[in-house]
Design a protein. Structure first.
Length: 96
């Protein structure tokens, strides 16, 4: 995935800061590419609730939340390349 400045800006707007490494964006998109946006939003809510209940402790959990936020923001901005999105089955609406 080619990371453009537009993609960096969308991610920075979502996270509140620019990432030091573009690989986090590529890895997040690749990891969550097979999941529908509705599922990602549900996962984000669940993980956010867990983080809140733990008093904000959990670096791995915070990283997972950031990755979910990255992918959702890029999908909402329609910046996720088509090759990373799952192909719909014939007769089924496109996920997301």
């Amino acid at each position: 995935m080619i990371i453009t400045q537009t993609i960096r800006n969308v991610v920075a707007d979502e996270l509140g800061h620019y990432l030091e490494d573009d690989n986090q964006i590529s890895n997040a998109v690749a990891f969550y590419s097979a999941h529908a946006t509705r599922f990602l939003k549900s996962e984000l809510q669940e993980k956010s609730d867990i983080l809140h209940e733990s008093g904000g402790r959990g670096v791995e959990l915070a990283d997972e939340i950031d990755n979910l936020r990255i992918v959702i923001a890029l999908r909402n901005a329609k910046l996720v390349p088509i090759e990373f999105l799952p192909r719909p089955k014939i007769g089924m609406p496109f996920p997301g």
